[in-house]
Design a protein. Sequence first.
Length: 367
Amino acid sequence: MSKGIFKKLLPIRKPFSAWQIELTTRCPLRCRMCIREGFKDWRTGDMSMADFKRLMPHFKDVETVILEGWGESLLHRNLIEAIRLVKGEGPQVGFVTSGKGLNKDYISELINAGVDFIGFSLSGATPGTHNSIRVNSDLQTLLSDIKGFNEIKKNKKIENPKLHIVYLMLKDNIFEVPVMLELAKEIGIKEVVLINLTHVTNEWQEKQRVFRCNELEDKSRMQHEEILKEAEIKARELNIKLRLPSLSPNEAPVCEENPLRNLYISVDGEVSPCVYLYPPTGSPFKRVFCGGEYQVEKLSFGNIFKEPFHTIWDNKGYTEFRGRLTLRKRRFEEMYYADLDRLKRFEIVPLPEPPEECKTCHKMLGL
């Protein structure tokens, strides 16, 4: 086989895996685990379509566009147009939603626009649990809307959008995970993503996190591990794909947000390595990390509506930020794929320090 033909058979990797674009910071819910509960100066706003269209030339270099930030994307009056514009440039497109405001007409519009995936946020398998955590949400209505969505897809004989459930685990709701999987089966969901409470901003949230930062923390997390094992068995029985995070710290060379190939664009055009580094509030903002309170400066490397993207991506600060993560990744690969003799001698060499803004993020602990 010639080299040219071989290259044609290989998938072409675009420069970026994902761009997360915030269409709005408005949300009708008052979720108890949301960072907004810890901030008094939350800033609401929507991205204009004129600004959104200025992003279009870049989409050819992106595999997936996630139309989601710190607000509810369904509230943006031009969400359907935004989806169409992204699809016209080639990437996959989707978002995670509370489902608030969804109805049969909106579902049909989303399908016709070509959205590829939608995640629905649940916080319990019973109305009492879900509704008390995701305040202003109604579990029964949400489940009905998801089931209706799948029925419309079935009638149209289409596969997309792929629907999944995103379940943020707390001490108050982790016990309902196995039952939630049964609900997912009933409404036609084939994938469930369990996530940790990554960004903590107040005492209630800190007490609710189910992962531990060290082995000395409370023993209830042993019980949580057993619940997740039960959930894995249940998922296999129901033929549901289950994705779940670790509940124990294990330092990550590069967090799952992967700023080396992904980025975040705020509602007003600020380019940041990830959504957790540019919330719609003042700077610095509060972050509770493993029991300690820290003040973190918001991190933007430029505004894509005011300067060329290549100027932002290649500027010294952004290059150095990514460089530190690249060093960590390279050292990790050396340790675990090349330095087998050193590992056998239990010579563990610490990874290089992550960027300053990432040192107090739970995601750097692989959680």
